[in-house]
Design a protein around this ligand. Sequence first.
Ligand SMILES: Cc1cc2nc3c(=O)[nH]c(=O)nc-3n(C[C@H](O)[C@H](O)[C@H](O)COP(=O)(O)OP(=O)(O)OC[C@H]3O[C@@H](n4cnc5c(N)ncnc54)[C@H](O)[C@@H]3O)c2cc1C
Length: 508
Amino acid sequence: MEETADGRSIAFSRRELIQGAGVLLGAGVVGAGVSSCSSTSGSTASSKWQELAAQLTGTLLRPGDPGYGRMAPPYNRRYVDVEPQAIAECTTETDIQRCVSWARHHGVPFVVRSGGHSYAGYSATGGLLISVASMRSIALDPATKRVTLGAGVQNRHLFASLPRYDVGVPNGRCPTVGMGGFVLGGGFGFNSRKYGLASDNLVQTRVVTSDGHLLVCDANQHSDLFWACRGGGGGNFGINVDYVLQSQPVGELSLYKVRWKWSDAPAVMAAAQVLQASAPDALSARVGLDVASTTPPAEDPSGLSVSALGQFFGPVDQLETLLAPLLAAAPTTEKVIRSMDYTEALAFFAQNVPVGRFTEKSVYIGPDGFDASFVETGMTWIEKWPGSANVTAVGLTLFAWGGAMGRPAPDATAFVHRDASWLSVVGTSWGPDDPQELIEENLQWVGQFFDALGPYVTDQSYQNFADPALDNWQTAYYGTNLPRLVDVKRTYDPENVFTFPQGIPLHI
Ligand SMILES: Cc1cc2nc3c(=O)[nH]c(=O)nc-3n(C[C@H](O)[C@H](O)[C@H](O)COP(=O)(O)OP(=O)(O)OC[C@H]3O[C@@H](n4cnc5c(N)ncnc54)[C@H](O)[C@@H]3O)c2cc1C
């Protein structure tokens, strides 16, 4: 057991952390990690960049440097052309403070990146990219079961660490989504109906603000900024160095993954709605009107189907009883329902979405749920998808909301969307060689599809699924919490140093 600088005890030994990192590095995905201060690419580097490089414990990468090409692109390759002038691979909070001070002094625009998964490419910049991806320590306090996560921790690092302690924190399925953005914008996963959002479980975070100070934020210190960090969205108020989350026991788990024919979608969706209305917190669900991402089966060459996927905290016989009405809705074409241990469950859910170019639009469905017209509209529009070379994020997906996510008051944290029954998402993706006209057709299709759902949904959208084409994003993401977020912005970033197209403004 070790102690952190501010006295928090940690249970992972250094050896365990190193071993954990070894496993992850073995998977070949994590970057170079800590390296000593190095200069940039010699003669091409201007003196101001050399000045910054000399201040950092981590490495400053400039175009042409080894590692630059791997680290520069954002996850959504739609924004791959936005190339940073330099990438600061921060390894300490001091590195972050120096980057912010340096960028302000030289008037260089900057953004912070953790996992790089912003849908809208908001962690891409033509200026200085402040990467916290190397800051991925994970420490568990055995007494309080609080987990301290470096801002660069990704889902896959949680998958590799937490099961051995049988505790969990809300996490998503994509292994490379970063906690940096995930926690600040809410952060939900299959455990969120039981545990709440990641931001609901945040008990403390340290933030480097625009004046270069490092602030400890919790219920008692800088509580207004702490409130804003619980759902106010990444990139708005400062750079979060780490997050202390209350973990929860996991225990016995069962899972399900079921698929039905497209023509059975109305009956299946109706049953899913009934199930959701009375489901215990322990049951989660993702239901989808899906376009197949692989070669469609011969029996249904359209590649369209309806699916349900989820987790239950409890034994498999109880899960089967809960799912019985859903399974009775129509004959299944694929069915897995079984108990799994925690590690196996994380692997089962882990969704390695291939990197691509995509856009998604989200909207919450009100407390009464959806009806047959909503489903019919969804089916009609999916049948009109114009096609593309990439089918990784196409369709209509519904995530069951409610449970512990619905219990806090809308103003208890900056996350306002508390009385929804489902989060609904429409999306499309395309390949690098798809012609511009087809891309435009896809963008039009997704916009028209979204608009067609309007009569059946609310005007609220999920801030972590940033949609650059959303007109009313300020109120859609933040609702009645927007004025208070603006106040916090004025207090901690009065010169709007942390800015991006959908950043919290100084005035409304
Ligand atoms: C394939 C995929 C699957 C996803 N699955 C889920 C899911 O299951 N549940 C869910 O809730 N969300 C999910 N998301 C959305 C995800 O939570 C958000 O995109 C989130 O913002 C990503 O965080 P990031 O650190 O990876 O991204 P980044 O692009 O690095 O950051 C996102 C935003 O936060 C800012 N930011 C990053 N780090 C910090 C920091 N340390 N301090 C302050 N600001 C910071 C960035 O500047 C940017 O504006 C998914 C996204 C993708 C692409």
